[in-house]
Design a protein around this ligand. Structure first.
Ligand code: OAD
Length: 252
């Protein structure tokens, strides 16, 4: 594909910007082979919807099934690699005076690409590579897989471990949400990358930025509820356009 037309006004804005925020969704990991939420589930899990499994009720009713689904997702993600979009955001973190990455993704690919080495990486929906006690909330990075098909048990209290992710109907981690809302309210450029902009409270973040006159840029091949309000819509795959954007800002 030829070089995409990047708005010069946007390039100039980046060259003088002191604070940039990027919000990412499942679309940024699509080119790493991780299915988005709106993609149909594949294989043996195709008969379930994410909404049926990623809930406290599903875990209470069938902890083994929910734990098995997350083990399958962890296995799939372990075979994925960060893609050029993830690495382009690491470059932004290196070069910008202030850069906050907020992700809705739980796949940990931003961390594996190197994001978060200089500025906070805000995980709004948790991280599938961590588990926590389903009662005491203590975090575990490693656990002993049972062979009874049930989730591992907390070594302290004996209750089941659960994935350290936000399930449908659950509140987001308070500190993560407060930090994300503060960042959106104080940035000069807000990038919305690879998200359908449907799920609250993340979907409100670009509008917090718009209200304080930040330049909002949406990177998504599709239109979303944000598209008509954004200052710029770059209708390209993030793995294609973000490396170009970084090159144009710092190499021209
Ligand atoms: P979705 O699956 O809702 O949306 C993914 C978006 O990425 C879509 O708008 C696609 O058009 C776009 N997309 C696909 N490939 C892309 C690419 N290569 N480059 C750029 N964009 C691309 O995923 P999210 O918006 O992340 O919440 O979903 C938000 C939340 O809904 C998730 O975090 C999850 C789910 O409920 C929780 O788990 C709490």
């Amino acid at each position: 594909m030829d070089q995409p037309p990047l708005p010069l006004e946007l390039i100039q804005k980046f060259k003088t910007a002191s604070s940039v925020v990027a919000l990412t969704g499942a679309g940024i990991s699509a080119e790493s082979g991780v299915p988005t939420f709106r993609d149909a589930q594949t294989g043996l899990w195709s008969r379930y919807q994410a909404e049926e499994l990623a809930t406290p009720q599903a875990f209470r009713q069938n902890p083994g099934l929910v734990w098995e689904w997350y083990s399958w997702r962890r296995e799939r993600i372990s075979q994925a690699e960060p893609n050029p979009a993830h690495f382009a955001l690491v470059e932004m973190e290196k070069r910008l005076p202030d850069f906050i990455l907020i992700t809705q993704n739980v796949d940990g690919l931003h961390q594996r690409a190197g994001s978060g080495f200089r500025f906070p990486l805000i995980e709004l929906h948790g991280n599938i590579q961590r588990s926590r006690c389903s009662v005491e909330d203590k975090i575990f990075h490693h656990w002993q897989q049972q062979d009874d098909g049930l989730p591992p048990r907390c070594p302290d209290c004996g209750e089941f471990l659960r994935p350290d992710v936000v399930w449908f109907g659950e509140m987001l981690p308070r500190q993560a949400l407060d930090s994300a809302q503060f960042a959106a309210a104080h940035c000069e450029i807000f990038l919305s990358i690879g998200t359908s902009a449907l799920v609250e409270p993340a979907a409100s973040l670009p509008f917090i930025a718009l209200r304080q006159k930040a330049v909002v840029v949406e990177i998504n091949p599709e239109h979303t509820p944000l598209t008509s309000s954004a200052n710029f819509h770059l209708p390209y795959a993030s793995g294609f356009i973000l490396p170009y954007l970084v090159r144009f800002i710092w190499e021209t």
